[in-house]
Design a protein around this ligand. Structure first.
Ligand code: BGC
Length: 332
């Protein structure tokens, strides 16, 4: 009798497993490929961790998401191979943070040819006139989720414009600044560089660029550039603008090492609102930053990916707002 029961149980279990695998009445597992431009990036680390945990939070007893996340190591060849592997593995949807926006077309074409929905994030490919990208508007299953980098630049500039001395901390009549740029291939870097200064000149403020260098979003490079600018220009510098908080953290260290004091003889701005930088704004060692909402963006990207893998229609662009973060904001 015991043997019979054991046999019956075994049969039930086998059928159960088969049913699960088949997906009818059992568990349906979707395969999601996520390609990140580089794991070694402060902001994208928060972003990718949130993609994973948000997917997990949306799982149910019957719907699971199997996430394959890969590190492009800032190498376009590596990322192209990763996308080709995702296609071979027949992902149900792909989320892609491009290494190079100039390679967007090639990758979009590959994924579209395989009929896999594609959600581009964080690095926006721009069309000829800096506007809508053909590969996004012409393909029903391709979209971009991000934040408008022009807004973040404008907000940085407005924080400076709204200071009592409008950024001219040494009082020589001109806002002399150092610009530390992210990867210039990335529209976030181009727009933040341009629009932060535009917010000042639009307000009729006189500006002069002392240094403009590429720090590639990297903390160590930000520190090196700020340190040499401080050595070269000293008290002449009113403001150090960094295209992101990673580089601003580096610049903050250089400012301290040079014996300068934020808010007393220099201003320092970043973008992202990393926790460390919000702390610095609270204690006065940074002037301001702009919240780059990785939670809002990652959740939107995941929601849209799920819509797409369910065969629902998706829009071309989804925008998440930036938020100005200055002393007033953090003390609220
Ligand atoms: C962020 C940077 C980050 C970059 C990566 C930007 O939106 O502000 O911190 O390095 O994205 O592409």
């Amino acid at each position: 009798m015991k043997k019979l029961i054991a046999l019956a149980l075994a049969i039930v279990m086998v059928f159960g497993l088969v049913a699960c695998g088949a997906g009818d009445g059992g568990v349906k597992t979707y395969k999601v490929g996520v390609a990140i431009y580089q794991y070694n990036d402060n902001f994208m680390t928060l972003y990718r961790q949130e993609i994973e945990s948000y997917f997990k939070s949306l799982e149910t007893d019957t719907v699971k998401y199997e996430i394959s996340m890969v590190d492009g190591k800032n190498d376009m060849g590596e990322q192209t191979a990763q996308i080709e592997t995702f296609i071979t593995q027949q992902m149900d949807v792909i989320i892609l943070n491009l290494v190079q926006t100039s390679s967007a077309e090639v990758l979009i074409d590959k994924v579209v040819a395989a009929d896999i929905p594609l959600v581009l994030i964080n690095r926006e490919p721009l069309g000829e006139t800096d506007e809508s990208y053909p590969g996004i508007v012409n393909n029903d299953k391709v979209c971009y989720v991000g934040a408008d980098a022009r807004q973040s630049g404008t907000f940085q500039g407005e924080i400076v414009r709204d200071l009592p001395d409008q950024g001219d901390i040494n009082g020589d009549g001109v806002v002399k600044y150092v610009m530390i740029q992210g990867d210039p291939e990335n529209p976030d870097a181009q727009y933040r560089t341009e629009y932060s200064i535009k917010a000042l000149t639009d307000a009729g403020i006189a500006v002069e660029e002392l240094v403009n260098q590429v720090g590639n979003w990297d903390q160590t490079k930000g520190q090196e550039i700020a340190a040499s600018a401080l050595t070269q220009y000293g008290e002449e510098i009113d403001v150090i603008f960094c295209n992101n908080d990673g580089m601003a953290l580096g610049a903050a260290a250089a400012i301290e090492a040079a014996g300068r004091k934020v808010g007393e003889d220099i201003y320092l701005l970043g973008v992202d609102a990393l926790d460390e930088c919000v702390e610095k704004i609270k204690n006065g060692t940074m002037t301001g930053t702009v919240l780059n909402d990785h939670i809002g963006q990652s959740h939107k990207a995941v929601d849209v990916a799920i819509q797409a893998l369910n065969g629902e229609a998706i829009e071309d662009y989804y925008w998440v707002d930036y938020v100005k973060v200055d002393a007033e904001y953090v003390n609220q």
